[in-house]
Write a protein that binds this ligand. Sequence first.
Ligand SMILES: *[C@@H]1O[C@H](CO)[C@@H](O)[C@H](O)[C@H]1NC(C)=O
Ligand SMILES: *[C@@H]1O[C@H](CO)[C@@H](O)[C@H](O)[C@H]1NC(C)=O
Ligand SMILES: *[C@@H]1O[C@H](CO)[C@@H](O)[C@H](O)[C@H]1NC(C)=O
Length: 267
Amino acid sequence: MLFLRYNHLVFPFLLINFVFISHQLIEAQTLIDPAFDQSLSPFGSQAGRGSFLGRCIENDDGATFTVRNNCSFTVWAAAIPSGGQRLHSGEAWNLKLPFGAVGRVWGRTNCSFDSSERGNCETGDCGGVLQCQSSGAPPNTLVDFALNQYNNQDFFRVSLVEGFNIPIEFKPTSNECSQSVRCAADINKQCPTKLKAAGGCNNPCTVFGTSEYCCGNSSRSCEATAFSKFFKERCPDALSYPADDTATKFTCLGKTNYDVVFCPFRP
Ligand SMILES: *[C@@H]1O[C@H](CO)[C@@H](O)[C@H](O)[C@H]1NC(C)=O
Ligand SMILES: *[C@@H]1O[C@H](CO)[C@@H](O)[C@H](O)[C@H]1NC(C)=O
Ligand SMILES: *[C@@H]1O[C@H](CO)[C@@H](O)[C@H](O)[C@H]1NC(C)=O
C-alpha cells in the first residue's frame, strides 16, 4: 500500500498502476499481515503517512535482486515489476526494484519467442510476451515480496498457490539477514495424478476452481485439504493454499539485496 501512496502523492499520473497491480496488493496484504491492518492502510493514520514521507525524503534507491538459473535447462525468468529474461543454465539477471515495490518473481519453462519477443511458454506464460506485465499461468513456483513496508521491513515468501514448476530459493545477500526460504522438493515427479500438468504440478484451485480449494477468492475462509497437504509436506515454509496461515512469513530490513535461485539443487 505504501507503494500506492507513493504513486498517489508523487506520480499522480501513475495511478493507473492501482488497477494494474491491485490483485498483487491484495496478495501483499496477506503477505504482510498482521502488520497490515492500521498503519499500512490507505486510510491509515497521519502518523504513518508522516513517517512514510520522511523515508521518501531520504531518497531510497531500492534493492537489487539477482536471478540465477542453476537448473541444467534454460529458464525464462519473469518478475513483476521488471519484465523477463531468458537465462541459460548458469546465467544471471540483475533487477533493480524500486522503493516500496510489491510483486513476484517466477520462472517459465520451454518457451519460444520470436524477434518481437512474442511467443509462449509451457509453464508460467504471461500473456505470450517475454517482458511480463501480468502474473504467469499456472503452474509456476513463485516468490512474492513487498519491500520497505511496515517498520521499513521487506516481507517475502515462497508461494505454491499457482502450483509448482521448478525449485526456487530466495535468499538475502546483504544487511546480514539470513532468512532464506526455499521450495526445492521434487514436486513434479511426485505430483498427484489429478494435478499433473505439462512441465509442472498444478494447485487444485486451478484444476477444480471450487471454493474448497480457491477459498472463494478470499484469503480467509478455507482450510487445508489433502492436496494442500501434499505441497505442505514437501515445502513446509511455502504458502500451500490461499488461507495457509502456517506459511512462514520472512522479513529482512528494507534495502536488503536478494538472490533468486532456480534449482538451488539441480533436480
Ligand atoms: C520441455 O519439453 C520437452 C518436450 O516436450 C520435455 O522433454 C522437457 O522436459 C521440457 N523441459 C522442461 C524444462 O520442462
Ligand atoms: C475466483 O475468481 C476467478 C477469477 O476471477 C473465477 O473464475 C472463479 O470462479 C472464482 N472462484 C470462486 C470459487 O469464487
Ligand atoms: C547449484 O546446484 C548445485 C548442485 O548441482 C549446488 O551445489 C549449488 O549450491 C547450487 N547453487 C546455488 C547458487 O544454489
